[in-house]
Design a binder for this molecule. Sequence first.
Ligand code: C2E
Ligand code: CA
Ligand code: CA
Ligand code: CA
Length: 279
Amino acid sequence: AKNAGRNRYRFFEPEMTVATQVRMALEVSLRPALARGEFELHYQPRIDLARMAPVGMEALIRWNHPERGRVPPQQFIGIAEETGLIVPIGRWVLQEACARTRALIDEFGRKMVVSVNVSARQLGNAHFVDEVRAVLLETGLAPDCLELELTESALIEDIERTAAMLKDLKRLGVALAVDDFGTGYSSLAYLRRFPIDVLKLDRSFLLQEDGNVTTSDFVKAFVEMAHALNMAVVAEGVETEEMLELLRAARCDQAQGYLLAKPMPLDTLRIVGWTASPS
Ligand code: C2E
Ligand code: CA
Ligand code: CA
Ligand code: CA
């Protein structure tokens, strides 16, 4: 019986510790990653559907781990949020994205908008608005060339406080987008309380339960409602021509997705000509 107990212990314990150990190892190597310059931003072009022309791009963080290679954001953003490391990492993302976009605008002489993901933890930081203001000043990026992508869950934490903060951000002149719309519980009616400019539809919003693309009438009605509330609609995760056609038929404003362009380093984007075209 003593033996069986020990076997059982041995059977379960290592499995639990492997997951925990990987997590802990990631956490330990995440702390110095910023100072070691292991982060990089890739940029995914955003396409205006009426003109089928690029209008901007979303900055997406990449972690080049010295031993593990590229670690996807899903594996470390959560850890960064829990440990608070997302605050300095997020500040770096903002600074880097704004500086590189400013340089690109100077090089091409055209306006383009960079979208930066902001986590709930960053938004909860009392200095966030000051940080955004400082980064715009330092980099010289025009405020209307920056869009902040906030998740629905970040918006429901403390409605009064969040609403006041978003108002301050709007006063700076930046655009505000709700990311992953359709995956949480918020509705258009709810979002009216906030000065939101853009709704980013999660790809799941455009798929039916059987995996087929939803009807264009549904998307059209949704886009009309968003427009009536002065919000632009951006579809994410566009992978097929069928979905692209549906979105264009529904008068969706912009789209992002592998069909159009994958996230890539800014230099690749420059070379392939995926920078914003004249409007
Ligand atoms: P997200 O903000 O919803 O970003 C979109 C994700 O979808 C990106 O994954 C992008 O590479 C991927 N994607 C783009 N086109 C397609 C497509 O056609 N099909 C599919 N299936 N996927 C597509 P990625 O880069 O792995 O980022 C994952 C998530 O990590 C992001 O989701 C965002 O929540 C978070 N994240 C990334 N960068 C940052 C950052 O700088 N700060 C914060 N706080 N979060 C970030
Ligand atoms: Ca996003
Ligand atoms: Ca999203
Ligand atoms: Ca997402």
